[in-house]
Design a protein around this ligand. Structure first.
Ligand code: NAD
Length: 352
């Protein structure tokens, strides 16, 4: 069993903890929190051992009636690997602690690439991180872009990617984030950091990205143009994307007109926290104009990196090869069941 510690139990950390617990070859040693709150008590209710991330704040847990199993250093020492899901920048600060206990660690997308030994996306570069000490699971947007680039690159070759990222202002619980009623070019200057971030996975890829922020919390939306080195027809590209294990090509008959409907579908499907681990690509948007591919995809920022963290654990520790790990992760999380029932066009009602 791979013993996994989770340091930072917020949006990403709590999801990764649940996903790790579902894996047949992994166990959660415990989770570290800085203070008692609803997430700390939720962790205890789920039976996770809770470790104090900040020594001086330990008395706060006792005051709230929450038992602590130890300090974060003990968690790090007892773990074969730590998933650090602390806010951006804190992971870099924690790197020294992981090195001190000789425990490999996964940092998240908010950390700078120069802090880590390597960046990771399961579909694109699984084999490159074995034995590394500090690996960064790239951000939600970079994960979404990498999952799209990898099969297109392999099948057709890519001349250039141009992506406009319409980003949610904050996660649902981030009441202090915005904009509240505005549409922001963000950053105003080009490129946004996403293109260079994708280059940490695909160093030679030509990619330009533009970013905006909008008053939404549900998902990010990507408007994509990829100039391919071939001229497949749109149906062929759609089939290719459908064949990938973490892309959901939305059939027209489902009537999903936006991120809200996708979230509703995830809720109806009984997904935990209404999470959507897959890239959601609108099938009708997949279009070819000569060698130019166009499409829209929605990315659930809170959860698409979760299966990637699980795979990164096995990849870093050399515990499984790429296909084995992805299949094991997908099966254990229920990702391979898909988000929606499949139905052929012939079965669909005439008025679809
Ligand atoms: P979050 O704020 O929801 O959770 C972070 C948790 O870490 C909080 O519970 C916080 O109290 C705790 N924490 C703070 N300091 C700590 C410390 N010193 N030790 C232990 N715990 C500490 O943040 P998040 O959204 O989960 O983001 C975590 C990382 O994941 C960031 O690098 C972020 O960029 C990345 N990420 C976030 C998203 C997203 O959309 N939320 C998507 C992909 C990647």
């Amino acid at each position: 069993m791979i013993r996994v510690g989770i340091n930072g139990y917020g949006t990403i950390g709590k999801r990764v903890a649940d996903a790790v617990r579902q894996q047949p070859d992994m166990e959660v040693v415990g989770v570290a929190k800085t203070r008692p709150n609803f997430e700390a008590s939720g962790a205890v209710e789920k039976g996770f051992d809770l470790y104090a991330a900040v020594e001086e704040r330990k008395p706060l847990f006792a005051e709230a009636g929450i038992d602590i199993a130890g300090d974060v250093e003990e968690l790090v020492e007892e773990s074969d690997i730590v998933v650090d899901a602390c806010p951006s920048g804190i992971g870099a600060d924690n790197a020294e602690m992981y090195a001190e206990y000789d425990t490999p660690a996964l940092l998240q997308g908010g950390e700078d690439e120069d802090v880590v030994d390597a960046s990771f996306n399961a579909r694109s570069n699984y084999d490159t991180v074995a034995g590394e000490d500090l690996v960064r699971v790239v951000s939600c947007n970079t994960t979404g872009l990498s999952r799209l680039v990898a099969p297109l690159q392999e099948e057709y070759g890519i001349e250039k990617v141009r992506a406009t990222l319409v980003r949610r202002g904050g996660d649902p619980a981030q009441s202090g984030r915005g904009p509240i009623n505005d549409i922001l070019p963000n950053p105003v200057s080009l490129p946004s950091h996403h293109g260079p971030d994708v280059n940490t996975i695909f160093p030679d890829l030509a990619i330009d990205t533009l970013g905006l922020k909008v008053p939404a919390t549900l998902m990010h939306m990507h408007s994509i143009n990829v100039t391919l080195e071939a001229e497949p027809d749109a149906a062929e590209v759609r089939d290719l994307l459908e064949s990938q294990s973490r892309t959901f090509v939305i059939p027209e008959w489902l009537g999903l007109d936006g991120a809200g409907a996708i979230k509703e579908l995830a809720q109806d499907a009984g997904r935990p926290r209404a999470d959507i681990w897959e890239n959601c690509i609108w099938g009708e948007s997949v279009s070819m104009e000569g060698s130019d591919l166009y499409l829209f995809q929605a990315i659930h920022q809170e959860s698409d990196v979760v299966p990637e963290n699980v795979d990164a654990i096995r990849a870093v520790l050399g515990e499984a090869d790429q296909q084995e790990s992805i299949e094991r992760t997908n099966e254990a999380m229920g990702l391979d069941e898909g988000l929606a029932p499949t139905r052929t066009a012939a079965e669909a009602p005439a008025d679809d």
